[in-house]
Design a protein. Structure first.
Ligand SMILES: [Zn+2]
Length: 136
């Protein structure tokens, strides 16, 4: 292996490290947001449950409150779904070594700056199974 090849390998390695770190940061931001939403969902379910209980206990009805909570739950579930899609999407994307834009895995050239993309190095990471049933 010549000196130039060694340099290339070293540069390649550095590029990969940068790309990987960027993706990890992005994914962990999304994961943080996802876990916030999951916490909020638990609070909503709890509020819904206690509202139903106190209505039963005090023999009154407030369908608007129930509706409102159900809508919030629905919206929350949608946000969570979108976040999961984003996280999955991120993992199937590669980042341009030159400009940092995300490109589909199969791209050969960056769709932003036209630079040649590096071969994909990222190992497909298994998503831990989300336990949604516990919250429902
Ligand atoms: Zn680019």
């Amino acid at each position: 292996m010549g000196l130039d090849e060694i340099k290339d390998v070293a540069k390649d390695f550095a590029d990969k490290a940068v790309t990987k770190t960027g993706e990890v940061v992005e994914v962990s931001k999304l994961r943080l947001e996802l876990s916030k939403q999951q916490g909020r969902l638990r609070a909503l379910y709890q509020k819904l449950g206690s509202s139903v209980y106190s209505m039963k206990e005090k023999e009154y009805e407030d369908p608007d409150l129930i509706d409102h909570l159900c809508q919030e739950i629905k919206a929350n579930l949608k946000i969570q779904r979108d976040l999961k899609v984003k996280i999955a999407g991120l993992k199937k994307m590669k980042v341009c070594p030159v400009c940092g834009s995300r490109n589909p895995m199969e791209s050969v050239y960056c769709n932003q700056c036209g630079s040649r993309m590096k071969e994909d190095f990222a190992q497909p990471e298994e998503e831990p199974a989300q336990d949604e049933s516990a919250a429902e």
